[in-house]
Design a protein around this ligand. Structure first.
Ligand code: NAD
Length: 387
C-alpha cells in the first residue's frame, strides 16, 4: 500500500515541452508527475504559440521568466541557472519527438517522451545510444502499463498459471474518427498527416499501447515475423491507415494479433489484451481496469479485483486506496511517473532500479513494430521477418 511517502529525497526540477492549453494529453502528464511530489513544474515551453504558452504557464504557477517561447531557448537558459531543470517531458505532436529528445539529452536532461519516440529504428537506436552515453533516463508514456493489475498479469504468467502461451489477442479499437473529424479538430489533423504523424496513424497512435502491455506481461517472447493489412476507410487519410490488423508469430510458437482502429463505431476505447495459454487465459480491458479475468478451462471464471490480498505482493505495492474504489488512468500514469522519478534519481546517484518501466528501449521497440507493420502492409500484407 502506498500512502504518499517520499520515494526520492528531493523533487526533480521539471519542465514540459508541449501539453499546452487545449492539448489532449498535457494535463495527465502534469497530474501524474506532480501527484506524489516527485517532480516540481518549474519551467515550460508549453505551446507552439509562444504567447499562448506563456499565458498558460502562468496559470500553472510557473514563473513568467521561466515560460519560454520554444524548447531551444528553454534548454539554453535553464542550463545557465544554478536551479535549472533536471528533467523534461515532451508532449508535442509526433514529428518533433526525435529532435526534442535528442536536444534534451545533449543538454544533460532526463526525458519523458510521448510515444512514438521517433519515426525510424535508426533514429530510435541513435536515441538509445545517446541516452546511454549521456547516462540519462528516457521514459515513454505507455500510460495504462502502470496499472497494478498489469503487474498481476505478469506475475500469473511468470508463475506458469496459464501454461505454455499460445495466443495473444490485442486491440485498441475506438470509433471516434469514423468520419473525417480532422477537418475541424487540430489534434486529429496532424495525426493523419505523414509529415507530422510519421509512417502510420492507428498502428502507432493506438496499436503500440496493447503491444507494450504484451511486452510487460510476456517479457521473454520475441516476435519472429509479422504480416499487416491496413486500410484508410476515410479516403482522405491515405496513405495513413485508420484500421489495421497485424498477425505476429513469436519465437516460442505462439501467435499474436493486434487490431488497431479508430473507425470502430460505438466503441469508446476498446483497448484489450487476452493472453491464452494451454491451461488458462487472462483478459484485461482498459474500460474496466480494476478487474483482471482469469479463466481456467473447465472451471468457473474468476475476476481478480485490484487491491485484494490474493494478488501478488508486487501488484499491491502501488495500491493507493484499497480494493473496491475504482482506480484508473490517473493512478496508472502516476505509478509510471513515480518509477521514472526513482529511475532518474538512482541514475544521478550512479545506481539503477530493479523494477520495470517503459524505458528508451520500450520506445524503440514500438517504433520497430510500426516500421515492420508498415513494410508488410505496403508490400500487400506480405509476411516480413522481424527486423
Ligand atoms: P495536441 O495536438 O492535442 O496538443 C499538442 C500540444 O503541443 C499543443 O499544446 C501544441 O501547442 C503543443 N506544441 C506543438 N508543437 C510544439 C513545439 N514545437 N513546442 C512546444 N509546444 C508544441 O496533441 P496530443 O493529442 O496532446 O498529443 C501529443 C502527443 O501525445 C502525441 O505524440 C500523441 O501521440 C501523444 N499522446 C499519447 C497518449 C498516451 O496515452 N500516451 C494519449 C494521447 C496523445
Amino acid at each position: 500500500m502506498y500512502y504518499g511517502e517520499k520515494k526520492i529525497e528531493k523533487p526533480i526540477r521539471w519542465a514540459m515541452v508541449g501539453g499546452g492549453k487545449g492539448s489532449q494529453i498535457g494535463y495527465i502528464h502534469r497530474s501524474a508527475a506532480m501527484r506524489d511530489f516527485n517532480f516540481d513544474l518549474v519551467a515550460g515551453a508549453f505551446d507552439i504559440d509562444p504567447e499562448r504558452g506563456r499565458e498558460f504557464g502562468k496559470q500553472l504557477h510557473v514563473d513568467e521568466d521561466r515560460c519560454y517561447p520554444d524548447y531551444k531557448t528553454m534548454f539554453a537558459k535553464e542550463a545557465k541557472r544554478q536551479d535549472g531543470i533536471q528533467a523534461v517531458s515532451i508532449a508535442t505532436p509526433n514529428g518533433t519527438h526525435f529532435e526534442i529528445t535528442k536536444a534534451a539529452l545533449l543538454a544533460g536532461l532526463h526525458v519523458v517522451c510521448e510515444k512514438p519516440l521517433c519515426f525510424t529504428t535508426e533514429e530510435a537506436e541513435e536515441l538509445e545510444a545517446l541516452a546511454a552515453k549521456q547516462n540519462k533516463i528516457v521514459g515513454v508514456t505507455y500510460g495504462y502499463a502502470g496499472h497494478q493489475v498489469i503487474e498481476e498479469a505478469r506475475q500469473l504468467i511468470a508463475e506458469g498459471k496459464l501454461g505454455k502461451i499460445r495466443i495473444v489477442n490485442m486491440q485498441f479499437s475506438h470509433g471516434f474518427h469514423n468520419v473525417a473529424v480532422e477537418k475541424n479538430t487540430a489534434s486529429t489533423k496532424w495525426r493523419v498527416d505523414p509529415k507530422v504523424a510519421g509512417p502510420s496513424y492507428v498502428l502507432g497512435d493506438v496499436g503500440t499501447h496493447p503491444l507494450y502491455l504484451s511486452e510487460v506481461m510476456l517479457p521473454d517472447m520475441k516476435i519472429k515475423r509479422l504480416m499487416c493489412s491496413r486500410q484508410s476507410f476515410v479516403e482522405s487519410r491515405k496513405p495513413l491507415e485508420d484500421n489495421a490488423m497485424t498477425i505476429m508469430e513469436y519465437d516460442n510458437g505462439a501467435v499474436g494479433y493486434v487490431w488497431s482502429c479508430c473507425v470502430n463505431c460505438g466503441s469508446m476505447h476498446g483497448q484489450k489484451i487476452r493472453v491464452i495459454g494451454e491451461k488458462a487465459s487472462i483478459e484485461w480491458w482498459d474500460e474496466h481496469p480494476n478487474q483482471l479475468t482469469y479463466e481456467v478451462q473447465n472451471e468457473p471464471v474468476r475476476v481478480l479485483e485490484r487491491g485484494m490480498g490474493y494478488l501478488a505482493p508486487s501488484a499491491l505495492e502501488e495500491d493507493r486506496i484499497g480494493a473496491g474504489h475504482p482506480e484508473g488512468l490517473f493512478e496508472a500514469w502516476s505509478n509510471l511517473y513515480s518509477r521514472f522519478a526513482q529511475a532518474m534519481d538512482a541514475c544521478d546517484r550512479g545506481e539503477h532500479v530493479e523494477f520495470w518501466y517503459p524505458n528508451v528501449h520500450a520506445g524503440a521497440e514500438g517504433v520497430r513494430w510500426v516500421e515492420n507493420c508498415v513494410q508488410s502492409a505496403d508490400q500487400g500484407a506480405q509476411w516480413v521477418d522481424y527486423k
